[in-house]
Each structure stands twice: as structure tokens, then as C-alpha cells.
Ligand binder design. Sequence first.
Ligand code: GCU
Length: 427
Amino acid sequence: MRKLTVLLCGILLGAAVAAAQDRDTIAGIPVNYDEMKVGDYRVGLPDPLTFNNGKPVKNARQWKKRRAEIVKLFEENQFGKWPARKPALRYDVEQDLGFDGTARRKQITLYFSELKDGPRVDVLLYLPANATGPVPILLNLSFMQNNINVSDPGVHPGRRWDPKTRTVSEVPSVPGTRGFGMDAIIKKYLREGFGFATLCYTDITPDFNDDDELGLRGLYHEKGSPRASDDWGSISAWAFGVSRLVDYFEKDPDVDAKRIALTGCSRLGKTTLWTGAREPRIAVVMPSCSGEGGAAMSRRLFGETVAHLTEPTRFPYQFCPKYAYWGDKMQLMPMDAHLLVSLIAPRPLLLQTGTTDNWSDPKGEWISLVEARKVYQLLGKDVPASDVFPAAEQPIYHTLGYVMHEGGHGVLPQDWDYYLEFMKRYL
Ligand code: GCU
């Protein structure tokens, strides 16, 4: 039953994506699903190990400088810049027992301003009851409010944005309707000695067009002012919020803040990657179905493209305004997904995709891994030896890893096992 609910959740999450698949235009823009028409992704492809001035990167020390160049490319052309000023660390923690007394439970509220009712994120953290010291954790970026995600009485009601009124309201816990199968998954992680933290991403900042005056972004946006070309989109704001949460975890004696793994699916897969790129304290990065704007090569014309992502009625607000400019000039873009993947090096990265998630182009994610391998190798890390696109359900657990489930867009029950195995190997 639990497996079924998780499966249903995955299916629901991907419903919009699945509906989009196999349609030959989305928002009036053609979509290609024909391998014969993907073009040559190598045209104009920037090399991770060549500086912008054409000089080669020969060692780890030089890579540090090249890495800074690449971060800048993504700030200016895709995700936008983080604010230079961090909010002061403010939080409340409530501790008790969860899951019928079998786990320690912490409910943390992290505030992004001095206002208790201002932008803030509720984090639900479970810890193994028998832990005697700080534990490594998985931080899960979720589409669900905490009280909807688990079926555990006492979890605080979450909040939801209404894009029409642009206001937030509470999401009550309705007995019998909660729990998408996460309880069993979380308990499994606890049994293996890991903590499990989850949060609802829109707590940080909302997820709709013209939302830059709301949530965390609203704290930094001058009312009425137009967005600069490198102004941060919501993905960058979600990432910045997670980075502030790492500031908190460093203060939490129950968490081993040097051993934090991060996961999220779809737009939260893109967020997972960008957070991993910007926040070196994330030790293991595991984006699920991050697709276009995430780990899938943009120059490979298959499924979603930059033009689809940034079409005005779709998701331009998730990126910086400049990103839309590249929609019809993909081969001129100074970056591509393999550079984003390379920013995680030398840390362990597991790309999780799905066989029928064509909109997100699982093969395009594999290719970006192939093209990023040389950075991991330069830093002395192990990578897949073969270029051949792997079969479904055959996890590759190198430091630069890949796994594709049999199925569509979303996280399936076995994916949680793949993540767990990867964390056991690397944390
Ligand atoms: C849309 C979008 C994808 C995104 C997905 C999601 O389908 O086109 O790029 O990953 O939404 O976040 O659910």
C-alpha cells in the first residue's frame, strides 16, 4: 500500500510532464523526441577544463579558478546571483518523539528576517532514537508540506501560497489523507543510522510568475524595480534558503553537518544541483529528474529546451532574466549542463532519471555526466569508464554516479534505496 502511494505520488508529480510528453508543441514551441533530429550537442560546447581565455586547466589549483569562472557563468546566464548579505541566523526548535515514540523528532523553524510571521521555513527532522552523537542526514526538498508528507500526529500544519491572491494559508492535517509513503522510507533511513530532514520548498519563496516581491526574494527586492539581467530566480532563492539551513545544521549538535546529502525532484532537482554547486558544505548531491535547466544537456535538442522553460507563461521566474535570451541561441550559450555537473566535483553526485521521462531527457543527463568526467578525474575521483547509456535499474555508484529507474518523471520507491546505498558508500 505504502509503495503504491509513493508510486502514485511520483505519478502525480509527473502528471503535467507526462501530459506534455509526445506533444509536438508546448506553448507553441516545437518539441523534438526524434533521436535523428537532436543535432550535434558538441557544436560550440564549452570545455570544463579550458579557461574563458582559452588556456588549459592542468591541476586542482587551477580548477579552483576555473570553477569560479563557471559559477559566474551560471549566475549571469541561468540562475542569477545570490544576495551578498546573509540574514542573521534565527530559529526556533521544538523537540519530542515521533512515529509512535520510535524516533526523535525536531521541528525547526528557520526565519529569514526578524519577523516571526515573515518568510520562514519549517523543517521536520527525524533522528534515530538510539543515536549517541551527531548523525549524517538526508535533506529532502519536497513539494509537500511536512504535515502532508508524513502521517505522524503532532507535525505542525504547513503553508500554501495562492497565486491569485498572492497570500499564504495554513494546510490543515486531515486524518486519513496524509502520508505519501514517506513514513516507511524515513524509518528505513533511521534504521541505517541516518537522520532525515524534509521541508516544503515554497516556504522559502513561492513558485509562480511575478513572485519576486514575495517570500525570501521579496526581502531583497526593491518594490517596483525591474529585474536586472542577473537577478536571481526562485531556484537560486530556494538554494540560498537551503544554504542558510546548513548554517543552522552547523549549530545543531544532533546533526553531523559535514555529512549532509541533498535531494529533490524536477525543479527541485535543478535546485539540488545549483545548491550543490553554490554550497560546498553539501557533501553528497542527488538530483532526481532535473532535466532541462538541470543536468540535461541543452545543446541536445530532445524534450524540453531553454525556450520552453523561459516562455513567458511557463517558468521564466525560476531563472535570471538573461536565461531567456539563450532560448534560440543554444549553441552560443557560454555554459551547458555538463559545466553545472562539474561544479559538484570532487563530491559524490548521483543523477537519477527515468526511462520514459522524455521531457527531461534522461540520455541528455547521461551525456552531461560523460562530458564532466574529466573534472572528477583531474581531482582524482572515480567515474564510469564507459560512454554507453546505461540500462534501467542498473545503478552506477562511482563518485560521479547515475541511475535510471524504469518509469517516468518522479521518485519511485527503489530510488530511495539507491540514494540510501549511495549515502552509505560516501557519507
Ligand atoms: C515542468 C518543467 C520542468 C520541471 C517540471 C517540474 O514540467 O517543464 O522543467 O522540471 O515542471 O518541476 O515539475
